[in-house]
Design a protein around this ligand. Structure first.
Ligand code: ZN
Length: 276
């Protein structure tokens, strides 16, 4: 599933190319997770001013209103800057935004993704989606040690579960959560409130570093993720524990273990990340 680094890598791959473009037409395919919320032709003539991101939502700021775009479980975007642009939409392509500077297309086989038109971030439909999101790990003004430490103290759930929930920090998905816990030597089942200050500090630093590194590497491509220009991510090649069950830990040579937590797999080193 696309996580924050994949969404940010996607944003960076087309944000400059689409800025200032005028919307020429909008076409919809099969229904996505939520309806668009307006007639497609209502968007025609507006300009795309800039593309921002909040959590895993892309915010296309228009000359009037905002388009919120989410990639869901399996979505990816394509941007074709020049004529003749993209071929006719296929069976899994459910949203085309044709602009004076190119076409942005959502490909989403499982259709958990969405494009929602709202009046702005204060629109009740936008607030419903954005209000519960945690701190932005790539934004030092949002992601502070004081708020992070207080957030851990207030939670008794296993730290891996707390990270995946996204209410404390957004976008640290399954791969990234396994990696940051390894780097900070915290067992994934440790209750968040039981983590020592020293380890919590390490975790805070690791989250910032790993998320920034993942964006730099274009995200993670396990099956088919690529950015809006079709470029794959490379973070998976740097993973220390994720997907390495049975292989030797790079720090201590002990075999990496796999732990099921809820529906999710956690990879960890039993020697470097001691049971609480
Ligand atoms: Zn180890």
């Amino acid at each position: 599933m696309p996580e924050l680094p994949e969404v940010e890598a996607t944003r960076r791959s087309f944000a400059d190319a689409i800025a200032g473009a005028r919307i020429l037409s909008v076409s919809l395919g099969k229904p996505l997770r939520w309806p668009l919320g307006c007639a497609p032709q209502d968007l025609v003539g507006r300009r795309v001013l800039q593309v921002r991101r909040r959590g895993k939502y892309l915010l296309l700021e228009l000359s009037q209103g905002l388009l919120l775009l989410h990639l869901g479980m399996s979505g990816s975007l394509r941007f074709a800057p020049q004529a003749p642009g993209l071929p006719a939409a296929g069976a899994h392509e459910h949203f085309d935004l044709v602009t004076s500077q190119g076409t942005l297309r959502l490909h989403d086989p499982r259709r958990f993704g969405a494009v929602v038109a709202v009046s702005g971030e204060d629109d009740p439909r936008a607030r419903k989606l954005l209000d519960g999101l945690g701190m932005e790990p790539l934004d030092p003004a949002s992601f502070t040690w004081a708020r992070f430490a207080a957030g851990l103290q207030a939670r008794r759930a296993p730290i891996k579960t707390v990270l995946l929930a996204g209410k404390l920090v957004v976008g640290v998905g399954n791969i990234y959560a396994s990696e940051v816990l390894f780097l900070s030597r915290i067992h994934p089942a440790t209750p968040a409130c039981d983590i020592s200050t020293v380890k919590a500090r390490r975790l805070f630093t690791a989250i910032g570093q790993v998320m920034a590194q993942a964006v730099e590497l274009g995200g993670t491509t396990l099956r088919d993720f690529s950015n809006a220009l079709g470029v794959n991510g490379h973070f998976q090649h740097t993973a220390q524990v994720y997907g390495r069950a049975g292989q030797a830990c790079h720090a201590c040579s002990q075999p990496i273990q796999l732990l099921r937590q809820g529906q999710r797999s956690s990879y960890y080193c039993p020697r470097c990340q001691k049971t609480p």
